[in-house]
Write a protein that binds this ligand. Structure first.
Ligand code: GLV
Ligand code: MN
Ligand code: MN
Length: 415
């Protein structure tokens, strides 16, 4: 393997992370809120695009607002080695989730351009619309459409809770572009991301060599009951969707204990209507997030969850409408790219560990169309999707240098 003496400029990377983190900053915290296709997302996009322009990169925007910047001056027949991630955040996001992957990609490209090193094929960095799926489910929407996993027309019609559609919001912020969908197939794809969990920190390991991503299942339940007086209605005569939602929440938690292994379950969103102290609710809308690295066990979890919903709703006399918001099978990354990540970590003298990803990532979509893997860096206290999300500068630097080495290595490989 080629020995690289190049290093990314950590101060420049930190400055950009900070500047982007100030867009949509949540007052009194170091977090930010840039939900997909909001004004804040537009401002973040404009900022990152201005950095891409300063570097003289060829920039394309496709019909879903995915933006890819490629090193100029190469034979157009040469597919780029691509990196990237997302710059949208959850409503209570940090500065690193997604942003690191995009800005470290930009940093790698700037480092190589500045060094004058000649490459056999170009590097590219992209950001993909609505990775979080927090506004427009499913998650990884932009990369899913980029790789041809969902027709563009279908994605454009997805609406948020207030009825705004992806298509209208893209037009509003000026990010509905013309680059073709599905997008260009990269030579290979690698994404740097914070771990967002506690494993690397717990084991004092610098680099996570990501072997794959666990399966994800999001189900929205609308539970419809009878609103009535909290004081006058005897318990036996109630049809209370709030009670059913609570029962389902505790059921899925118990289910994770029974199934064990890597099964996780979360109810992070429950909305009661009318949500008043002395009114039995008429409606509860909840979203259940189930994940597992093993798709068979995930399917078992889904079957048992659905069975329980039907049973508890029936006993309470509550109606149920079900909508699948996301369903992605577990993804195994390419063993050749995984090996390269591991070798590059070792080449920098960094400790590393092979591990699965608990979170969803754009790389899992790219794995459908080209050799792909990921690099993780530590998350302090394992905290993410939280304004206190933090990664030490040394770890950011280590991760970005491994990204640099992996991209340079991928340029030389034929797959
Ligand atoms: C995306 O960040 C997810 O894993 O929910
Ligand atoms: Mn992310
Ligand atoms: Mn996230």
């Amino acid at each position: 393997m080629t020995v690289n003496v190049l290093r990314i400029d950590i101060d420049r990377l930190l400055r950009r992370l900070l500047e982007l983190g100030e867009v949509g900053a949540i007052e009194g915290t170091t977090g930010c809120a840039r939900l997909a296709l909001t004004d804040e997302d537009k401002a973040g996009r404009d900022l990152v695009r201005s950095w891409m322009e300063e570097l003289g990169l060829d920039i394309t925007t496709d019909g879903l607002g995915n933006v890819v910047a490629t090193m100029p001056g190469f034979d157009p027949a040469l597919a780029p080695v691509m990196t990237g991630s997302h710059i949208d955040t959850v409503g209570t996001g940090g500065r690193y989730d997604g942003n690191l992957g995009v800005l470290a990609g930009l940093e790698v490209i700037e480092t190589i351009l500045t060094s004058g090193r000649a490459l056999q094929r170009p590097l590219a960095v992209g950001w993909f619309t609505d990775e979080e799926g927090a506004r427009f489910p499913p998650d990884m929407l932009g990369s899913l459409v980029y790789v041809g996993g969902m027709p563009l027309e279908e994605a454009l019609e997805i609406t948020d809770r207030d009825g705004f559609s992806v298509g209208d919001e893209l037009d509003r912020i000026g990010y509905r572009g013309t680059a073709p969908i599905p997008g260009r197939i990269p030579h290979a794809f690698v994404e740097l991301h914070i771990e967002q969990g506690p494993v690397l920190e717990d084991e004092d390991i610098t680099i996570g060599v990501v072997e794959g991503v666990q399966g994800i299942s999001w189900t929205e339940l609308t539970l419809i009951g009878q609103s009535c007086h909290a004081g006058t209605t005897p318990m036996r005569l109630r049809h209370d969707p709030g009670y059913v939602a609570a029962d389902i929440t505790t059921f899925v938690r118990r289910l994770t204990c029974e199934l064990g292994g890597t099964q996780v379950a979360t109810v992070g969103s429950v909305t009661l209507t009318p949500n008043l102290v002395n009114v039995v609710p008429s409606r509860a809308v909840m979203i259940v997030d189930l994940r597992n690295t093993d798709d068979e066990i995930l399917q078992q979890a889904e079957t048992r969850f659905r069975g329980h919903v039907a049973q508890v709703a029936d006993v309470e006399g509550v109606g149920v409408e079900t909508r699948t918001l996301a369903r992605f099978e577990p993804v195994a990354f390419d063993s050749r790219v995984i090996d390269i990540v591991e070798q590059c970590a070792r080449g920098r003298g960094l400790s590393s560990k092979r591990m699965p990803s608990g979170a969803g990532h754009d790389a899992q979509m790219f794995a459908r169309i080209c050799p792909t893997a990921m690099i993780f860096t530590k998350s302090v206290n394992g905290i993410s999707h939280n304004v206190t999300e933090f990664t030490e500068p040394d770890d950011l630097e280590a991760g970005a240098n491994v990204l640099l080495d992996v991209m340079l290595e991928l340029v030389t490989r034929e797959f």
